[in-house]
Write a protein that binds this ligand. Sequence first.
Ligand code: 1CP
Length: 329
Amino acid sequence: MRQAGRSLPEYRASRSSGSILQAVRDPALAAEITLQPVRRYGVDAAILFSDIMVPLAASGIEMDIVAGKGPIIQTPFRSERDLARLGTFHPETDAPYVAETVKILVSELSVPLIGFAGAPFTLASYLIEGGPSRSFALTKTLMRSDPKLWASLLDRLADMVLASLRSQVEAGAAAVQIFDSWVGTLSLRDYKTYVLAASHKVLTGLQDMGVPRIHFGIGTGELLGAMAEAGADVVGVDWRIPIDEARLRVPGRAVQGNLDPAVCLAPWPIVASEVRKVLADAKGLAGHIFNLGHGVLPETDPGILAEIVALVHEEGRADAEQDSFRTGP
Ligand code: 1CP
């Protein structure tokens, strides 16, 4: 459950007044924040406390991550000249605190740690728009009007993302996830023309490391087949499409998802029934990781999340028992 920490009082106390980038640069603090939701909820994996913007910030792109808003870039990317501002990213020297946090966590966690990075398209969208966007108008305009510059930008970002993920795995992360959160704004044709190659470079560049690769975006129902082609082992989906339908669109891959995070704001009996619907949709699928379809909303009651985890574990165990009864020991 991404950003599960945001709903916790202990998270707000740990973060106090500093910016998220400051918290990420402090390995002891970042490790503590990563552990908080794992302790509270008993989830089966931890996701590193960091942000998709960290490699860009560490390689010299000036930005703030504004509370309640998101990343704001001082000087957005607009032309060929801006490529020069994107230095090469060396995780060991530019952001040594990330690997250090991973190492602390690996020694303390009893569940696997998921490392992560933003996918090239989503990172490019923040660089070009200068912050969060609804229409992605500037991004799409640059993509179409200067496809050569666009391809160079995505290729540079792919190198940065790959370097970041490889160093997280070397430090001990047991799986990686790339967040292409906003790629669902594109048509399938545009995805294939402008994005697939860069995401493919990242995912296939991790192949030799032998860790599961998860590829996630929201509003990606029509892109799922192409996202699977990009080379992930698991495709994450939001709540707009039933998980069994998603699975049909990503042959040979596992799926992750897909409870609507807003469901968690409803009274418990409704939440329980919605959780059961996801599990029923996923019944019999060769690979399903239960998760929300996007991040936890900050106003979510932590008690509800704890109940969801308990219910999924309970139903999972009941299923496993039934399967062993059916197939014998
Ligand atoms: O559970 C965790 O805490 C994991 C850490 C994590 C992750 C996986 C954070 C901390 N950010 C992310 C990924 C991230 N960051 C994504 C991809 C996942 C997603 O789609 O939600 C994106 C798009 C960002 C960019 C970003 N950073 C946003 C979204 C802005 C927008 O365009 O709508 C925001 C609000 C941030 C700040 C941020 N990052 C993380 C947290 C807990 C927060 C909230 C602010 C804070 O507490 O200061």
